[in-house]
Ligand binder design. Structure first.
Ligand code: FES
Length: 162
């Protein structure tokens, strides 16, 4: 049975080669076959992430459900593919949205955004300790603990700045 535990580069930080003799005898054909299989799996995952129809789980296969959330800040508009099981802050940051944050736990209120309507229509909060129910109904979203439930457009702004 083959040992695939040494597929990653085994170079140390100083650039020296730390592979042992047994790793050097790893058959190239098996290594290429495994890397090709891993590449195919990565392509399938990537295709799923890029699929515009990914906002539904029509076949109930448990694949990730996501929504398109547009973040507005000053003259910039960035659309983000936001998975339902991830707080909005993180795909926004990954996409380059300049959104302030600090505690990442729903307490400090740094990461707010504003929806033009009742925020309960487009997100569900889990762990919010900053916004009250009226603020959420007025459209305020605490992005570090807000999970998207529909497509939406959010302005990156804080209640104190309004
Ligand atoms: S980062 Fe503190 S409440 Fe979101």
């Amino acid at each position: 049975m083959s040992d695939y535990s040494n597929l990653d580069s085994d170079r140390s930080l100083d650039g020296s080669d730390t592979m042992d003799t047994e790793s050097r005898t790893f058959p190239d054909t098996e290594r290429r076959r495994l890397l090709a299989a891993m590449g195919s799996a990565g392509a399938v995952v990537l295709a799923g992430c890029l699929d515009d129809e990914n906002d539904t789980d029509e076949d109930g296969d448990g694949e990730e459900i996501s929504h398109v959330v547009a973040f507005l800040k000053q003259d910039e508009r960035i659309e983000v593919d936001a998975p339902e099981d991830e707080a909005l802050l993180y795909p926004a940051l990954d996409a380059g949205v300049d959104i302030p944050y600090s505690c990442e736990a729903g307490r400090c209120g740094e990461c707010t955004a504003k929806y033009d309507g009742d925020a309960n229509e487009v997100v569900s909060h889990d762990g919010n300790e900053y916004l009250d129910d009226d603020q959420i109904e007025d459209g305020w979203v605490l992005t570090c603990v807000a999970y998207p439930s529909d497509d939406s457009e959010l302005e990156v702004v804080h209640p104190d700045d309004m």
